[in-house]
Ligand binder design. Structure first.
Ligand code: 3PG
Length: 461
């Protein structure tokens, strides 16, 4: 029966949630998973007329209206190529294939090209919001075939999160642009998570707030400019007690895992020469955390001159330090996206992109409204805009936090990197004139001068 609007391949947590979201919005879904267990588990009592669970890919494709739209929600990497290979013999010209996983944008670009040659319209869609977002309205960043987008636009815009009247779903650009911006979104997410964690650590173990005082402070911050999804779940985490009535967070081992999108963001930034120190430190904080035994040994064997971490008006100052760190994390991510857009000829509209992040996604925050306004000023960096001229008023708090932590020998790499990022914009004169002199001295690499045009070499001996 060719009556389904869309096929959902992959019925894991994200795939089945997206399928349920589509069914809930009145779209008829053909659902399939390689796993018999997942196919069996997929059931929506009361909505049976809204979907059909298929036994194989032939049945899946035969259940669809034309042009056929298949949404893949499978693990990024080899599994995506394998599913494409499985579907390809049954796909026809003008069919639309969507990859909603966290694929690497270069893989997406390669798949776009390969499938386009066969007349298949391929889309790489960044999906943010986790399980709940997928079910109730995710943020969707669409890249790839514009024609393909026009074909499935109505479905994606309908199931996405909404901010007022606006849908949090947009076509970003061709090739892997949708997955690219999702990757950077995750990089920003890494940075904000680490900034929040460092602020918590300073409060709890530097200032020695009780758990209750820490929780109350975070709760108070929810209704400040820090208002965001990640602050909301920070309060939820702090409020969670273990079975013995003590805070669960304090029982969690300080070793953080990662799935790879943060690291990809760094690799890409290095290739493009874009400075994203807070994302860098957030990724490496997770790497360093994995060496727990080394850290335990270091604590015993390495001494440090320490002074107590003391700050007057510490609540306000930590809040402002975290806020500036968050602003600078968005600034770093948006600068990277701007460079990639230019280098790939994507012509990404940053204002439209940030609109997609205003609901449904992990890095949603009230600040994004300001970020959006700032981006419309089209300056080289967010912090140079009139909208963010107020960052200067937050700087003393960040500096006092960082210097205080350094005196107390507490490593807060993300907050420190944010301050370095800020300061780097004020370095009208950098020390690299000396680097240039040294390069010319040992390698005759030449240098430019402040008083004359051209390249010069000196015989230094
Ligand atoms: C995801 O993509 O699931 C997360 O947003 C990032 O995952 P990670 O923190 O495990 O890398």
């Amino acid at each position: 029966m060719k009556s389904c609007d869309i096929a959902l391949y992959g019925l894991g947590v994200m795939g089945s949630s997206l399928a349920k979201n589509m069914i809930g919005h009145g779209f008829r879904v053909a659902a399939y998973s390689k796993s018999e267990e997942e196919r069996r588990r997929f059931a929506l009592p009361g909505s049976e007329s809204g979907y059909v669970v298929c036994a194989d890919v032939q049945e899946l494709l035969a259940s669809l209206k034309r042009p056929r739209i298949v949404f893949m929600m499978v693990t990024a990497g080899a599994a995506v190529d394998s599913v494409i290979g499985e579907l390809l013999p049954y796909l026809e010209r003008d069919d639309v294939l969507i990859d909603g996983g966290n694929s690497h944008f270069r893989d997406t670009a390669r798949r776009c090209e390969h499938l386009e040659d066969r007349g298949i319209r391929f889309l790489g869609v960044g999906v943010s919001g986790g399980e709940k977002g997928a079910l109730l309205g995710p943020s969707l960043m669409v890249g790839g075939s514009r024609d393909g987008w026009m074909c499935c636009r109505r479905i994606l815009e309908t199931i996405a999160a909404h901010c007022g009247e606006e849908t949090c779903c947009a076509y970003i650009a061709a090739q892997g642009a949708g997955h690219y911006v999702k990757m950077v979104h995750n990089g920003i997410e890494y940075a904000i998570l680490e900034l929040i964690a460092e602020t918590y650590h300073l409060m709890r173990y530097g200032l020695k707030f009780t758990h209750k005082e820490t929780t109350d402070t975070f709760r108070e911050w929810q209704s400040s400019r820090l208002d965001s999804y990640l602050m909301d779940i920070s309060v939820r985490v702090l409020e969670k007690m273990d079975d013995d009535g003590t805070p669960l967070v304090e029982k969690i081992l300080d070793v953080a895992e990662q799935k790879g999108t943060g690291r990809w963001t760094l690799q890409d930034a290095v290739e493009r020469g874009v400075y994203i120190p807070t994302i860098f430190e957030a990724v490496f904080a997770r790497c360093v955390s994995s060496g727990k035994a080394v850290r335990v040994e270091g604590k015993r064997s390495l001494s440090a001159t320490t002074a107590p971490f003391i700050m007057e008006n510490s609540r306000e100052k930590l809040r402002d330090a975290l806020l500036l760190g968050m602003i600078l994390s968005y600034a770093q991510g948006m600068a990277l996206i701007a460079k990639a857009s230019e280098e790939n000829g994507w012509d990404i509209d940053p204002v439209k992109l940030v609109g997609v992040w205003r609901a449904g996604c992990i890095i949603w925050s009230e600040l994004l409204t300001e970020v959006r306004t700032a981006l419309s000023e089209e300056k080289a960096n967010l912090i140079l805009t009139d909208t963010f001229s107020g960052v200067a008023a937050l700087e003393p708090a960040l500096r006092e936090t960082v210097t205080g932590a350094q005196r107390a020998a507490i490593a807060i790499p993300a907050l420190t990197s944010a301050l370095n990022y800020y300061d780097s914009f004020r370095m009208e004169q950098m020390p690299v004139n000396f680097v240039q002199a040294l390069r010319d001295c040992f390698g005759a690499h030449t240098y430019r001068r402040v008083d004359k045009e051209g390249y010069f070499h000196t015989e230094w001996e």
